[in-house]
Design a binder for this molecule. Structure first.
Ligand SMILES: *Cc1c(COP(=O)(O)O)cnc(C)c1O
Length: 483
């Protein structure tokens, strides 16, 4: 049933003179506090409502969205795991939430110690010793690390202009390469979904700066050639960047620094359970080799004799990439998550994420094709391509995704990576039960049996069914109307 309260704008609910607070009459003469020339001359056009109206409006709005707290959310590549509430309580502690970024270091020793220890933990997990917590998202980490690489080559006096990545890479890889001033070259994947070594070899020359690899890759496959790839790239004087978005599959099992990476980012909002979706805030800490450490963004947290400082005395740094110290709220949650699991626990996270994905894969492969699907890491990519013919559907992956919404399942990632036609990328994560995975697979099966016509008009139960997604992102219409 459509919820009219939640679909009106708060401006439409406004009634002139209605207030959320009732202050007593002042019993002292009014004194101007602000010079009148700085005061607005007209009242602002703000909505006027009583407190319960405001609370109902926003509470109802909040129920229209899907979240990890309300629904299964197998959005591949995004690691939508449950966010433990313990992390929220810790991040909200006044000593973390209410400190000011300009406070002197000696008044924020607790926060600095936490960040220092988080740097050490990420160094340990990645196998790369030098860490910057500054970047504000994975994509921002990619950019910062590529700037580090650019500076490293400039220092060497080397003219290296190219960044390479496979065709299965996330769109942020080429975007970061271009923003950091490199040209971008795509390397083909082979039939098995791995890097095509012959194609890579043919594109390696003295101009290569960085090869970016996501491992396990976006098909959910671990590319066991990675060490060989690293040797080839290093032999040409290039660096290996590991896109760490899929670290949930290999935490505590293997380390990028051990399989040849020189630089990487973490996505704490994915791997370490920070809440995400809806635009942030996230974080994108980067870890690099000893050799690249001097170029990292400032400030970094250093320690001597038990005193922690925000160190800006790094002459070769690329400078600041984020105001103050990055999105520390997400970093506090990551610290709490890592500490509460411990080394053995993190390894179990990865093992269970892989186990859950393989369980779901074993069910889904009887419903849809799964092109590289004997086994997977933490996610896999099914293809709805066959339904195009079988049911005369134009965009079966999109239609199935939309129909899932009617049954309380957030859809998988669709049409990514670009190498799989009608791709549906499923990542259940380790925090889901067998019952949830069974229910999802069963629903998916029933949906593929439904008529093409019904599917093409799904979802049928949501307030808005099929917005023009490009227009909705670029020119959002924030007003709802009956028509
Ligand atoms: C999520 C993701 C990114 C980008 O990370 P953000 O934190 O969203 O900026 C990069 N690569 C892959 C493979 C991803 O899944």
């Amino acid at each position: 049933m459509r919820n009219h309260i939640a679909t009106k704008l708060i401006f439409e609910l406004s009634r002139s003179g209605r207030k959320g607070v009732a202050l007593p009459q002042s019993d002292v003469p009014e004194q101007p506090v602000i010079d009148p020339q700085f005061l607005a001359t007209e009242a602002l056009a703000l909505p006027e409502l009583a407190e319960p109206d405001v609370i109902r409006h926003f509470t109802n709005l909040s129920t229209l969205n899907m979240s990890v707290d309300t629904h299964f959310y197998p959005l591949g590549s995004c690691t939508m795991k449950y966010n433990p509430k313990r992390n929220e309580r810790v991040a909200a502690m006044p000593g973390f939430a209410e400190i000011h970024p300009l406070q002197p270091d000696d008044t924020v020793q607790g926060m600095l110690r936490l960040l220092y220890e988080l740097q050490s933990m990420l160094a340990e997990i990645s196998g790369l010793p030098c860490v910057s917590l500054q970047p504000a998202a994975g994509a921002h980490g990619e950019l910062a690390a590529l700037m580090v690489a650019a500076k490293h080559f400039r220092k060497q006096g080397a003219n290296r202009t190219k960044v390479l990545a496979p065709d299965s890479a996330h769109g942020t890889n080429p975007a970061s390469a271009r923003m950091a001033g490199f040209s971008f070259v795509t390397v083909k994947s082979n039939e098995d979904g791995m890097v095509d070594l012959a194609d890579l070899q043919s594109k390696l020359d003295d101009e290569i700066a960085v090869f970016m690899i996501t491992n396990p890759n976006t098909l959910g496959l671990f590319d066991a050639q990675v060490r060989q790839i690293a040797e080839s790239v290093h032999a040409k004087g290039g660096l290996i960047y590991l896109d760490g978005a899929n670290m949930n599959a290999i935490l505590g099992v293997t380390r990028p620094g051990d399989f040849g990476a020189d630089m990487m980012h973490f996505n704490p909002h994915k791997t370490f359970s920070g809440p995400h979706g809806g635009g942030g805030p996230g974080a994108g800490p980067i870890c690099v080799t000893e050799e690249l450490g001097p170029y990292l963004p400032i400030p970094r947290v250093t320690e001597s004799d038990g005193v922690y400082v925000l160190d800006v005395a790094q002459p070769d740094t690329i400078g600041k990439v984020r105001s103050f110290f990055g999105n520390v709220g997400v970093l506090v949650r990551a610290y709490c998550y890592i500490l509460s699991h411990g080394p053995e626990g993190l390894k179990r996270v990865a093992e269970n994420a892989v186990l859950n994905a393989n369980y779901l894969l074993s069910k889904v492969k009887h419903i849809l094709d799964v092109p590289h699907g004997d086994r997977c890491m933490h996610e896999f990519v099914a293809s709805a391509e066959k339904l195009k013919q079988k049911k005369d559907m134009k965009q079966p992956a999109m239609d199935i995704a939309k129909r899932l919404l009617d049954f309380g399942f957030h859809p998988p990632t669709v049409y990514f990576p670009l190498t799989v036609h009608e791709g549906m990328m499923m990542e259940p994560t380790e925090t889901e039960s067998k019952e949830t995975l069974d229910a999802f697979a069963e629903r998916l099966f029933h949906i593929t049996e439904e008529s093409a016509e019904l599917l093409s008009e799904a979802p049928h139960s949501t307030i808005i069914s099929r917005p023009n997604e490009v227009a909705a992102a670029r020119q959002p219409v924030m007003k709802w109307s009956e028509e």
